[in-house]
Design a protein around this ligand. Sequence first.
Ligand code: SAH
Length: 240
Amino acid sequence: MHPSNPAHLPRLFVADDLAIGVPVSLPAAQTHYLSRVMRRGVGDGLRLFNGRDGEMLAHLTEISRNAAICRPETLLRAQEAEPDLWLAFAPLKREATELVVEKATELGASRLIPVLTARCNTQRINPERWRAIAMEAAEQSERMSLPSIAEPVKLPALLAAWPADRPLIAAIERTSASPITAPVGPAGLLIGPEGGFAPDELEFMRRHPFLVSASLGPRILRAETAAIVGLALLQARNGG
Ligand code: SAH
């Protein structure tokens, strides 16, 4: 028997619209997860969300090797607004990058922007892999949406296109910048690569009035740690 408390039911992101009574089909990967990993079958409950229609309690009505159908029955949580916090960061080595994608999703980042800087470890990112990691992290952390994933952008282009009314908190080590503080409303966090920002990049960044330099303390953090800590501090101060 599976517990009846919905909080214990598998929680899956789907792309389709969700409406009570309208069947939803699940792709092979989710079917496999439900049947092989979670050992669920026809009649068992699960939770579905799509970032638009809230979270629904559903039951499996059909399940085969590669596909399953379930039927949403009750709205468990209405769709709600989530923090509007973007994370722009220089892609790192694969494992570190994937850690940032997962943790940033758990911490509620609404948009992930790969930024190419002078000392970047890599120019390559795998958006499909980022999406898969973000989806799993959103399912697990009970977020109501997935972060959007932007195309990689060079630092000058990021700053040129940045909305002037959205403060961009740039984490800069080894400066007298004030400790990070959360602005009210939409914001962004910018984290540099392993080698840090180059001096001419720092100089160029300072010319943008929406950019606020911030310190994460006296220790030099790895870039992935800085991304996680920066997001946590910004979200903690907003209660988000
Ligand atoms: N190699 C550089 C450190 C780069 S740390 C050096 O030795 O100086 C990688 C990124 O993490 C930085 O670009 C910055 O965005 C962030 N970061 C790390 N520690 C930080 C700190 N104490 N304060 C603010 N940002 C920090």
